[in-house]
Design a protein around this ligand. Structure first.
Ligand code: NDP
Length: 239
């Protein structure tokens, strides 16, 4: 049987890319979104529409969803994965960096939820998967604004889950520990980056994006009447 449409934001690298490959191999139709469209197209996945969408751009986001639904049918799952981590000391960090994290990690995620939730509630089926972080459950040095965004993702996800449970819609939070991706590369402080890299070495290395893709697939592929509310997944030696 043909599998339904899954939308993945931030599918041009890391966890989003690994999840796109995994769900495509499982037979799902995909709408892949990111700003680097060439990276999406390079994946070359079947039954997949790639669109250049910044999650802050509600109109482009909406248009891409409409195009994909016309081709593949209603969105069954939205994976809110797009995110940025700009580590810094609050007293010296450029406030533009906090703004960007709250924009993408919090408001971008809400944009996605806003665009798909009404349809899911009407159909009495659907799944929203929010990619949070262990930094959404505990704090770490130099993570103040990033932790703020990810604590918000946990809180909003739980709140929305309770609101839509009666309509048979699932809201799932995935909270990864350190994963080997491009995420750290955007932090501007070389000292903080170096410290993070040596911390990763001290725990025997970060886990792979494919490990998170496996957790996402596990949660999503449960029957619709089973909601895996949260998965926290990290390297065994990460505290
Ligand atoms: P990457 O940097 O590899 O991927 C981030 C993705 O987000 C890219 O595809 C990027 O695409 C996209 N993105 C960033 N800004 C925007 C935007 N404004 N609009 C649309 N897409 C955007 O990092 P990860 O794969 O690690 O990150 C994925 C998620 O996992 C994030 O939410 C992150 O916070 C979370 N996470 C990661 C952990 C880690 O250790 N790596 C640990 C815990 C959570 P493009 O630049 O092409 O737009």
């Amino acid at each position: 049987m043909k599998k339904p449409l899954v939308v993945i934001t931030g599918a041009s690298s890391g966890i989003g890319e690994a999840t796109a490959r995994k769900l495509s191999a499982e037979g799902y139709s995909l709408l892949l979104l990111a700003r680097r469209i060439e990276r999406l197209e390079r994946l070359g996945l079947p039954n997949t529409l790639c669109r250049q969408v910044d999650v802050m751009d509600r109109e482009r986001f909406r248009h891409a969803l409409e195009e994909a639904e016309a081709q593949f049918g209603p969105v069954d799952c939205l994976i809110n994965n797009a995110g940025v981590m700009l580590l810094g000391h609050v007293d010296t960090q450029d406030p533009v960096e906090w703004q960007r994290m709250f924009d993408v990690n919090v408001l971008g995620l809400l944009n996605g939820v806003h665009l798909v939730l009404a349809g899911m509630r009407e159909r009495k089926a659907g799944t929203v998967i929010n990619i949070s972080s262990i930094a959404g459950r505990k704090t770490f040095p130099n993570h103040a604004a990033y932790c703020g965004t990810k604590f918000a993702v946990h809180a909003m996800g739980e709140n929305i889950r309770e609101e839509v449970a009666d309509d048979n819609v699932r809201v799932i939070t995935i909270a990864p520990g350190a994963v080997e991706t491009e995420l750290l590369g955007h932090t501007t402080s070389d000292d903080i980056k170096a410290g993070y890299e040596s911390w990763k070495d001290s725990i025997g290395g970060a886990i792979a994006p494919e490990d998170i893709a496996g957790a996402i697939s596990y949660a999503y592929n449960q029957p619709q009447n089973v909601c895996v509310r949260e998965i926290v997944i990290a390297a065994t030696r990460q505290q």
